[in-house]
Design a protein around this ligand. Structure first.
Ligand code: DGL
Length: 348
């Protein structure tokens, strides 16, 4: 009798230890934003982003403990309109080190929604690992009557812990949807359904803490990216100019004079710009500045069948101006040749 009790106790202990060890290891890198925001009242619209620590945020979602073996690291606590290259490079180095040393199975980044798509895309092009990196945030502060942050965080940790998430590139999950870093963008300034992928749609959705995928991103990313930024402590300066009726070339001229390495033209229609801008492009190109044609239009993109296509100025295909800027930054760490930059825009 005693022997069978001992044996069943031993088995129970072994099983519970095994269960503990089989929980995926997820690390949350916190950068701030509304998910870390606080307001005086639970129903008021105004609030202060980037004030609550990641440990306090994790404490608001007790269910996370059943999903993963979790740890939070506070990278910074900012409103994401103040994102900086140094924070991008820090995020890259921390994630690369965590994965290279097998210190976790997945990473979640909590982030302000204003520039979340840009941080996600930068990491999508530079983190050369298959393990999942998932960004999330919220449109309402944590003190809100029905804050969206806790459930977004639960979904993000569940996705990062999921065996199905590896190899799909950096992802964003907001409001139960899963988006690719490659084409996700913020489409609404206030609504909790603020994100979308207007050209290609979401990758899938989260339900009961499990992902369902409908598609994969066909653009190069993460483990098959050619960009190696290890050791970099700055990024080439690339800016964006917006086109509109009778836009002047003053801003473009000032950027060229300031010595930027690249400029993305957010053109009208199919990446078009006026003659004054065209004149400055010629002058800037001669001075070594490299230009990419994108568009202010949200869907359809810009291809080479443009009205005035010039091979000196590569086209961004479906990349928004803000993402074309990031891809041009990284392209310029490798080349200054327009043909090679166009090849990169065709593949990423
Ligand atoms: N200041 C904005 C930011 O940090 C708040 C928006 C948000 O996080 O939802 O991106």
């Amino acid at each position: 009798m005693k022997r069978s009790i001992f044996l069943s106790l031993f088995l129970l202990t072994a099983l519970s230890l095994a269960a503990q060890q089989t929980k995926p290891r997820v690390i949350i890198l916190a950068t701030g934003g509304t998910i870390a925001g606080s307001a005086a009242g639970s129903t008021q619209a105004s609030y202060t982003p980037g004030v609550i620590s990641i440990d306090n945020i994790i404490a608001t979602v007790p269910d996370l403990k059943s999903v993963a073996d979790l740890k939070g690291i506070q990278i910074c606590n900012i409103s994401s309109q103040n994102m900086e290259p140094a924070i991008w490079l820090r995020l890259f180095n921390v994630i690369d080190s965590l994965f290279s040393n097998n210190l976790c199975d997945g990473v979640v980044i909590t982030h302000g929604t204003d520039t979340m798509e840009e941080t996600a895309y930068f990491l999508n092009l530079t983190v050369k690992h298959r393990r999942p990196v998932v960004l999330t945030g919220s449109m309402r502060p944590s003190t809100s009557l029905s804050a969206d942050g806790p459930f977004n965080l639960f979904n993000a940790v569940s996705l990062a812990a999921s065996p199905q998430a590896g190899g799909r590139g950096v992802m964003v999950t907001m409001n139960d949807y899963i988006f690719s870093a490659d084409d996700v963008t913020k489409l609404n300034t206030v609504n909790t359904m603020a994100f979308g992928s207007p050209n290609l749609g979401p990758l899938g959705y989260m339900r009961d803490g499990k992902p369902t995928f409908y598609r994969e991103s066909l653009s190069k990313h993460t483990f098959n990216s050619e960009f190696d930024i290890k050791g970099l402590n700055s990024l080439p300066e690339v800016e964006i100019i917006l086109s509109y009726a009778f836009a002047s070339n003053i801003a473009l001229k000032a950027l060229i004079d300031a010595g930027v390495k690249g400029v993305v033209i957010a053109g009208v229609g199919h990446g078009n710009y006026n003659r004054d801008i065209a004149g400055e492009l010629e002058w800037g190109y001669a001075r070594g500045v490299r230009f990419v044609r994108s568009t202010r239009i949200v869907t359809g993109g810009v291809d080479m069948a443009a009205e005035e296509f010039d091979s000196k100025y590569p086209v961004s295909f479906l990349k928004s101006p803000q993402k074309a800027r990031i891809l041009l930054m990284l392209a310029l760490t490798k080349t200054n040749r327009s043909g090679e930059i166009q090849r990169i825009f065709e593949e990423y």
